[in-house]
Write a protein that binds this ligand. Sequence first.
Ligand SMILES: [Zn+2]
Length: 166
Amino acid sequence: MLLCGCGRWMHTEGVEEGLQDAGVATWLVRSKCCGCGLSVGVEASPDQAVTLVDRLLWTDDARSVLERMPPYVEPLVRQEVEAYARSAGSRVITYALLGEARRGEPVAWDPEAEARLTNVPAPVRAMARLELERTAVERGQPRVTVALMEEVRARYFGLSGVKREA
Ligand SMILES: [Zn+2]
């Protein structure tokens, strides 16, 4: 936690995940003093930055994923991920932790989607499965459906096409 010059503890307002030039992770912690109103931003490595945070907090990145989820899913995901963070001893919920927490609970597959997955060539099947589940999680969609599959497949093959050309 941060102690303000006026002698009061500062309240953490937000955490931004960032990268330095060398690709080293760095967080910007925004804190405010409720007493005198002073606001500060402190940039530090995640290990150091976490000590400045005064409560369980979502980073801006993780929160933006949560906020894009449908209103009926959001509270459930919030509760579940916060419980996961507490059990993992993490005070800051990062984008990565959110993914980890969400993957802990397997995404369900519509039988039709599952059947279609077996038509995907074996070398890319695992990747396709992961990509589909990740997309479902990001959307707060509890199941992988054929519709989602069609959409991701287009994107997936689009990407590999670009790679082949490069
Ligand atoms: Zn103050």
